[in-house]
Design a protein around this ligand. Structure first.
Ligand code: IDP
Ligand code: MG
Length: 155
């Protein structure tokens, strides 16, 4: 099992798309292990996107991501990182496939509703940044687990 960080960006909250986006992840069979609504401090957002610090869109990205509340979500599942990236769709929403979150609900390159970790290394760093405190992530076993996965996949 793998864990990944998802952020619902300020446009998701402004456009009342939190429910539909969260439903995509829940209905896929991913397990919710962390959920947090905050106006995250500039330092947290800058750190989160530090890999893009030299890119021309970075200042606007930080401004956008601190313009309102963000929901940080931790999801767990088999190949959760890749599965979540697939559900999100391409970064430029206008080019994202129908059926993906960005493809169905967004038009923009920057205002693209969701973030998802892009590698196991990134997921560890990002989960620590947004859910670093003890008890912020919850270990539990949904009753449906044995229906979401085969016995072989769970062993
Ligand atoms: P990702 O969110 O699909 O992983 P990244 O390349 O990691 O995409 O970029 C991080 C975020 O920065 C994007 O989700 C988007 O909000 C913004 N961004 C990336 N490239 C551009 C661009 O060329 N113009 C405007 N915003 C961009
Ligand atoms: Mg990225």
């Amino acid at each position: 099992m793998e864990r990944t960080l998802v952020l619902l960006k300020p446009d998701a909250l402004q456009r009342s798309l939190v429910g539909p986006i969260l439903s995509r992840f829940e209905q896929k069979g991913l397990k919710l292990v962390g959920l947090k609504l905050r106006k995250f401090p500039d330092e947290v957002i800058k750190q989160h996107y530090s890999a893009h610090a030299e890119r021309p869109f970075y200042p606007a990205l930080v401004e956008f991501m601190t313009s309102g509340p963000v929901i940080a979500i931790a999801l767990e599942g088999k190949d959760a990182i890749t599965v979540v990236r697939g559900l999100m769709g391409k970064t430029n929403s206008a080019q994202a496939d129908p059926g993906t979150i960005r493809g169905d609900y967004a038009m923009s390159f920057s205002n693209n509703l969701v973030h998802g970790s892009d590698s196991p290394e990134a997921s560890v760093t990002e989960l620590a940044l947004f859910f670093g405190e003890d008890g912020d992530l919850v270990d539990w076993t949904p009753d449906q687990t044995t229906w979401v996965y085969s016995g072989e996949e769970l062993s």
